[in-house]
Write a protein that binds this ligand. Structure first.
Ligand code: E4P
Length: 230
């Protein structure tokens, strides 16, 4: 499964890329606006941090298909590398998706809340669909079930050109359940990357190892011991 950072904060992205197995970055207008800075400078800096090979999904602000296509062309040339234009699913968005596929630009259809929205996006040529798990849970729907059914539906209909990039998460349980459903990718905020690897028993085990080591070797590390013997 691919892990993507859902953030435009440069410090957070730098830290996640350095520490975790990260496959890319997704942004949306809300995430961008939180940084209160120049949009072109921000996306250029994100590309510098993540390199050309990692995916960079940037959301359009265009409304008509023509506007979306123009923005996608412009952003693709500006950020270069492995670029995806994120398009909210609307009728004009689907028209733009089909046109962008003809032009060889990769598309992530976003703001997906139903299985049939996902199917339509895949048929229009989207490379990824992004269903919103926690926002579905918040309206007493079942985000994990919607993602599970999209994954199953694509398998049943032999749709391999479009992958499921689940978005909007609040808990590790949501992430684990959609991983078990065979979802291809998740985009999560930087705090969730830390939560994913944390377990109190792990910290307890590490503290125990350290205490046992120190009871015999004191504060000397393996490196200190070998340095001393040189
Ligand atoms: C990513 O593509 C989505 O825009 C994002 O995950 C939405 O997350 P939120 O529901 O936490 O805002």
């Amino acid at each position: 499964m691919m892990y993507i950072i859902d953030s435009a904060n440069l410090d957070a992205i730098r830290r996640c890329v350095e520490l975790f197995p990260v496959d890319g970055v997704t942004t949306n207008p809300t995430i961008i606006s939180r940084e209160h800075t120049s949009f072109p400078e921000l996306i250029r800096s994100i590309r510098e941090i993540i390199g050309d090979e990692r995916m960079f999904h940037i959301q359009t602000t265009g409304v008509t298909a023509a506007e979306i296509v123009r923005e996608a062309e412009l952003l693709k040339d500006f950020v270069r590398g492995n670029f995806y234009i994120k398009i909210p699913i609307t009728d004009e968005g689907l028209k733009a998706t089909a046109e962008l596929k003809r032009r060889g630009i990769k598309v992530t259809e976003t703001a997906i809340f139903t299985q049939q929205q996902a199917m339509f996006a895949a048929k229009a040529g989207a490379d990824f669909v992004a269903p919103y798990v926690n926002r579905l849970d918040n309206i007493v729907s079942d985000g994990v079930n919607v993602v599970t059914e999209i994954v199953e539906m694509f398998e049943k209909h032999n749709i391999s050109s479009c992958k499921v990039l689940a978005a909007s998460f609040k808990t590790v349980e949501q992430i684990h359940k959609i991983a078990m459903a065979g979802c291809h990718a998740v985009t999560i905020n930087p705090e969730l990357f830390d939560t994913l690897i944390y377990h109190p028993m792990t910290q307890y085990a590490i503290d125990d190892f350290n205490a046992d080591w120190e009871s015999v070797y004191g504060k000397e590390s393996i490196l200190d011991i070998f340095e001393k013997d040189k």
